[in-house]
Design a protein around this ligand. Structure first.
Ligand code: PRP
Length: 214
């Protein structure tokens, strides 16, 4: 694995405190998560490859650049939808898939219930960005990463807001070594640990519940 990149920015830190605060309203939570998703997206696309293109300005023709790889965004339902805004803003023609996975409250194991991925050609030059604000045990992320590996995807990015060290370790240990170089993880904060109910500490609670007021 290329590893875990911790995204840093003063504005990001400000909005991380807003979403962690238990008194933050649903509306404020969404607003701050939107801002976080924009900063996160720029970081995730930092190593995107460019191709040379010809651009006609009003005066002359120059050599310009365009993103070379197709971008596929893959939010994990539900909370992952909360990160879409920033990613779509920067790459509006990205394709979007959806993965439904929830975590069983007792076993903490991922329970998959939906998978819809855009049509693609095997071997296509593509970056797939998995979106999920939380990496707790890592189970949901591991399920999706393995699914993408089975499909032959070679450039996988996992974009999160908060990660527990236990989850990051589990992801690194669970993916077969031969596939690790295909994956890069991004998070805005590596938190302290998981509690006995599998919640991230200090965390922010359940991102899906706070986003949708459930
Ligand atoms: C949360 C979160 C992640 C998952 C993380 O989703 O959004 O998808 O748990 O936990 P893990 O790393 O231990 O798998 P949840 O199951 O609460 O579903 P929701 O988004 O529908 O609320």
């Amino acid at each position: 694995m290329k590893g875990l990149k911790i995204v840093e920015h003063p504005v990001l830190k400000h909005h991380m405190s807003v979403i962690r605060d238990k008194s933050t309203s649903k509306q404020q939570f969404k607003y701050s998560l939107d801002i976080i998703s924009h900063i996160l997206a720029l970081e995730v696309f930092e190593d995107a490859t460019l191709k040379k293109i010809s651009v006609e300005t009003p005066f002359e023709t120059i050599k310009g650049s365009a993103l070379k790889e197709r971008i596929v965004l893959l939010p994990i339902l539900r909370a992952g939808l909360g990160l879409l805004e920033g990613f779509i803003y920067f790459v509006p023609d990205a394709s979007i898939g959806h993965v439904g996975v929830y975590r069983d409250e007792k076993t903490l194991k991922p329970v998959p219930y939906y998978f819809r991925f855009p049509k693609f050609v095997k071997g296509e030059d593509m970056i797939v960005v998995i979106l999920d604000p939380m990496i707790a045990t890592g189970g949901s992320s591991i399920y999706v990463i393995n699914k993408l590996i089975e499909m032959g995807i070679k450039k996988i990015r996992l974009a999160s807001v908060i990660a527990a060290p236990e989850g990051v370790k589990m992801i690194m240990e669970s993916i077969k070594p031969v596939h690790l170089k295909k994956i890069e993880m991004f998070t805005c904060c590596l938190d302290d640990c998981l509690n006995d109910r599998g919640f991230i500490l200090p965390g922010l609670g359940d991102a899906g519940d706070r986003l949708y007021g459930t």
